[in-house]
Design a protein. Sequence first.
Length: 434
Amino acid sequence: MRERIADALTASRARTAALTDCVEEPDLTAQHSPLMSPLVWDLAHIGNQEELWLLRNVAGRDPMHPEIDPLYDAFEHPRATRPSLPLLPPAQARSYSAEVRGRVLDLIEKAPLEGNRLLSDGFAFGMIAQHEQQHDETMLITHQLRKGPAVLTAPPPPEAPSTPLPKEILVPAGQFTMGTSTEPWALDNERPAHAVDVAAFHIDTVPVTNAAYIEFIDDGGYDEPRWWTEEGWAHRNHAKLSAPLFWKREAGQWLRRRFGVTEPVPPAEPVVHVSWYEADAYARWAGRRLPTEAEWEKAARHDPATGRSLRYPWGDEDPQPHHANLAQRHLQPAPVGAYPAGVSPLGVHQLIGDVWEWTSSGFHPYPGFSAWPYREYSEVFFGGDYKMLRGGSFAVDPVACRGTFRNWDHPVRRQIFSGFRTARDDRPTSAESV
């Protein structure tokens, strides 16, 4: 467990460094979008949260720099206002986070991994590794919003096999176990495990591709109000939506900007940077709907042969590179069908990695939910207009991604690495009903 903790923290810090060392100080201190923090805020916030939970709460030590705590309180200062704060400059932010990390690495060797809930199975350490990786994904989003030449590179994702896949998969009716009570580093909103009864439904074998989404655009999907909810149509008009974020059409070809590079839109990749409103409109246009969160998790985790809910679609093994497109290895979604080793027992592909997938569900607690170790991670967000996203994207690290992991955002959000797949009820055809 100590080795796992050290590896997770080391991997997260290496990624943080890669995302912040690749740009000069003006890019670190600038706000590239009012939706995002300056990169230098994330850099120091990561260290501040690590100090708070591991050095103060776990080790019982005095605060190193209590005067900066209010600056890096995410609930006290909205993202749009953070550039106006007296933030630590990049060199000091790096020095502070490095000093915290050095003390934490010493702590790992001697801290008991039992005795209370924070220590049991190294939960507090796992929570902090996940927190840093979540901010790394946020910083990668900032890189996508940033204007200027490319500073990040990665090899292309694997190609998909030529064998065609079925359009959709039938998920049979019945109960399955949703959530978890046993995953050591699962966060409070993933708990507890509970039985959910799901009616039979069909779900797309793969996420909706760019090619399929272009059909929606070409058919006037953005101009037809009947495909949109009332709120979605109002937002479409207010925001003047006409294509996924970062797309433009030139000389009869769709292009996209990806981390400073403009390139043709790859037809076989899952569509990314679409809002919930756009995903819902596409599903209606296609005569389908978005899956519920419970449907998505059953498609991802249920093993009909054993009745068990697996940790991941492919089983209980931690994610490996051949299972899914994770950890910023490729800086883009992979073509659909590119990860046959990651298929679920029911035959659904790419449920983990590539793109976060919008569902039709709002953000609510599971039966028996208990906020822990702090209300502000989940409980304060329950209700409202939030919509659930599942599965993780190419920007998610395995430590912050599993079959039970829950993400949520406002239905207008497009800067996140969000895509979707569609579903439909299992109804007999007219021939079957005779």
